[in-house]
Design a protein around this ligand. Structure first.
Ligand code: MG
Length: 374
């Protein structure tokens, strides 16, 4: 194998990001070669993907022995150079930890890894030399804008947000929102939880926590703006007042392609500048009354410890209850706020402590949901 080849394992291969990654690589002439795929329970989907990639190692992690085999493979660090973690939810953390412990590069689409255990993972990456490469479009944009700039050169980071599916709904109607309304995202095509998190802006709250870890800046230096067009993916203001933004169509193929080839760039058949797309760019501050979840991200970032894990777990439970019907849309943020109030202050100095905080928050959120649903 020539030295320039990069062996990639894709975790969560049958999900939205996993499938897009495989599609991106299939379309581009890339030095990245897929050597492994995992899925949780979609065995048929995994087998179908594997038909295009003969010789690929496959892992179906709903089977405990296969999950153990995957964790051992990642931790050994021998059969791959780069891992794309596109697992959905807190289950992704163990894989991130194993990849970085092996000193391998981690392209991270699993938000929970950083929200739950950002400090631990950053420390691990520092120690082993494994690189943490964000796939989340906002963080990917910021990383590209920073382009190696040092922390003292940065004044503020700006995360952009579409405002989600309910951004124009009169406030009084939020209480009556049905799941299918909240799932109709104006710009991005994503999985159900993240689409609901986009409507509440909990997604952006968690991204504030992510950015704090990835870029080593205080949450007070991270600002969130509603940008309806979703073409400015985020931007950096430097200490001299210069602003650098990363732009492009709202298509996850861009950050995925970048993350799989960073820090260099590889050709991709993706659309570049288009005057029609960039004709109107608007930015505005989010309304705290419409998006009470956003402030929870800042509260969790300032609290530190396991607060990120607590907030994420509460949200996962509340969103699930909303999607199942029965929980009102505004109750998602109310439940998250109450869980964060009652369980902030939990420690997070090991993965075990983080898992305990995650469980405690799920239990508490579950009982709050039960008290509110028929
Ligand atoms: Mg994002």
């Amino acid at each position: 194998m020539p030295a320039s080849r990069r062996r990639l394992i894709v975790l969560g291969a049958t999900g939205t990001v996993g499938r897009q990654a495989l599609a991106v690589l299939a379309r581009a002439a890339s030095p990245v070669e897929v050597v492994g795929l995992s899925a949780h329970a979609d065995g048929a989907g995994l087998a179908e993907l594997a038909r295009e990639l003969p010789g690929c190692s496959l892992f179906l992690t709903s089977a405990p022995e296969q999950k153990a085999r995957l964790l051992a493979f990642l931790r050994a660090g021998e059969g791959y150079d780069l891992c794309l973690n596109a697992v959905v939810g807190a289950a992704g953390l163990a894989y991130s930890e194993a990849v970085l412990a092996a000193g391998r590069d981690l392209a991270l689409a699993n938000k929970e890894s950083l929200v739950l255990a950002g400090a631990l993972l950053a420390e691990l990456a520092e120690r082993t030399g494994g690189r943490l490469i964000p796939v989340d479009s906002e963080h990917c944009a910021i990383q590209q804008c920073l382009n190696g700039a040092s922390r003292p050169e940065v004044r503020r980071l700006f995360l952009t947000a579409s405002g989600g599916a309910l951004r124009d709904l009169p406030l009084a109607e939020l209480a009556e929102v049905r799941p299918e309304q909240a799932l109709a995202h104006p710009n991005w095509d994503m999985g159900p939880r993240i689409t609901i998190d986009s409507a509440t802006m909990m997604n952006k709250a968690l991204e504030v926590l992510e950015a704090q870890v990835l870029f080593g800046v205080a949450a007070s230096s991270i600002e969130v703006l509603i940008h309806r067009q979703s073409v400015v993916h985020s931007f950096v203001e430097f200490v001299d007042g210069s602003v650098l933004a990363q732009m492009g169509p709202p298509d996850m193929a861009f950050p995925i392609h970048w993350a799989l080839h960073a820090p260099g760039r590889q050709p991709a058949p993706l659309r570049g500048f288009d005057p029609a797309l960039f004709a109107e760019l608007t930015f505005s501050a989010p309304d705290p009354e419409r998006y009470p979840s956003l402030a929870l991200g800042y509260r969790a970032a300032e609290a530190g410890g396991a607060a990120g894990a607590v907030l994420n777990a509460a949200d996962e439970v509340a969103v699930e209850a909303f999607l199942a019907g029965g929980l009102a849309f505004p109750a998602i943020a109310e439940i998250c706020a109450e869980v964060l109030d009652r369980l902030s202050g939990l420690p997070a100095s090991s993965l075990d402590e983080i898992r305990a905080a995650d469980r405690a928050a799920r239990d508490l959120a579950g009982s709050l949901v039960a008290a509110r649903t028929p």
